[in-house]
Design a protein. Structure first.
Lengths: 213, 213
DNA sequence: GACTGCTGTTACCGCAAGTAACTAGCATGT
DNA sequence: ACATGCTAGTTACTTGCGGTAACAGCAGTC
């Protein structure tokens, strides 16, 4: 059973790791993203160097922390993208899923989207560091789904990627603004955004006395 | 000439301030947003406390630094929004203006959009701090322009704000992605985004063998 | 000449990231 | 029985940054 023991050990460290992640999450959700490594270690009942052994550096810890939520959110969105109904229904369902997610756990949202990193990570490569990858992943994912399902002419794939990132950005910025001010219901917000995607911008009439067409 | 002298003094400190800002800009553009106050002071040929006298704290310096570029960019976009042609022309011109701006000075762009702040700012209120305000301002501005010019029914203002933030987010995320990979020309990108806003998502046909409508 | 207000300095505090060096438990190979 | 090697843990340190006294020189003003 030597491999069995080996395996036990591995899963044990694995478990420890997720325990540490949960402690980190508690602290981050309480103190914001500026939580110190000391504070996190204390919450986990240990001291700093162990955190560093597990996650390399602070950025590593945060990346591990972000990955969990990111994966969960993406799964939710994928599910909404497969919901029943016509295309408009699915788009609205996806918008709802996203907005509902950021609405129910704004702390997590802020951590994922506005991390306020401070590492000295500027070694040439790896430019997009940490605050964007979620947006990027969502954009790429949505682009793939669009390319799979829609026929957009000869360069469907390219158009789909552009649209994927564009739509995700629309969702993101509108959601971020809405989450701060809440000037309308989620339902209305979703409808207005879907209207925008459905070409109402092109169809709308000019206002009386406004310049140009 | 006492007020004259007074005035001289004020403009002198004013000038000093912009000199410091220019030094700061040089360093930030060279070293990224993690540039230390020491480094900036050194570049300006002075020492830290003077920077603090002028700008309060690091966040203040960065805010002052950001304001210049933000104002300039917003002016450019406003101009594009007033360009001649029909509505689609103006939308494309605005997208071009934005993308061209971030393309010609990506360093500035990265500073404005991904600042990586590190202040101890978590005093309850005023959650959205410093990394988003440009997006917010662009969204609000665009929303106002839309509300001024378009007739969107009874709650035009609300719809316009939603659309303003949404469109800005679309521009932002697509631009951010595009700036990193450059998989297509700026012209094409603009066209695809405008197509998206013009309702082509709703009109597109299903791909053969794809699920649902 | 004393006062004000600016420029600038050196020298420090506090704190967070990250590291070095070491100890203790525990299963293994010989 | 014993050395080996792995992991979890510690204390005590270095480095570097943001930020702040406290002080010095040098205008122009009353």
């Amino acid at each position: 059973m030597e491999t069995g023991q080996r395996h036990e050990q591995q899963t044990a460290t694995q478990r420890r790791r997720t325990e540490l992640l949960e402690a980190a999450e508690r602290v981050v959700l309480r103190d914001g993203p500026e939580a110190s490594m000391n504070a996190i270690a204390a919450e986990a009942g240990i001291t700093k160097p162990i955190l560093y052994r597990h996650f390399g550096d602070k950025s590593g810890l945060y990346r591990a922390l972000a990955k969990r939520h990111t994966d969960a959110l993406l799964a939710t969105l994928r599910a909404a993208l497969d919901s029943p109904g016509d295309r408009r229904d699915r788009v609205e369902a996806t918008l709802h899923a996203y907005l509902s997610a950021i609405e129910t756990r704004p702390q997590v949202y802020r951590f994922l989207m506005h991390p306020a990193e401070t590492p000295s990570d500027e070694r040439g490569f790896d430019v997009g560091r940490h605050s964007v990858p979620l947006l990027r992943r969502m954009g790429e994912d949505l682009g793939e789904v669009i390319a799979e399902r829609l026929d957009l002419g000869p360069d469907t794939r390219q158009v789909a990627r552009v649209w994927g990132h564009g739509i995700v950005g629309m969702m993101y910025a509108a959601g971020d603004w809405w989450l701060g001010e809440r000037p309308l219901s989620r339902d209305l917000l979703v409808r207005h955004l879907a209207d925008l995607l459905w070409g109402r911008l092109a169809e709308a009439g000019d206002r009386a006395g406004s310049p140009g067409l």
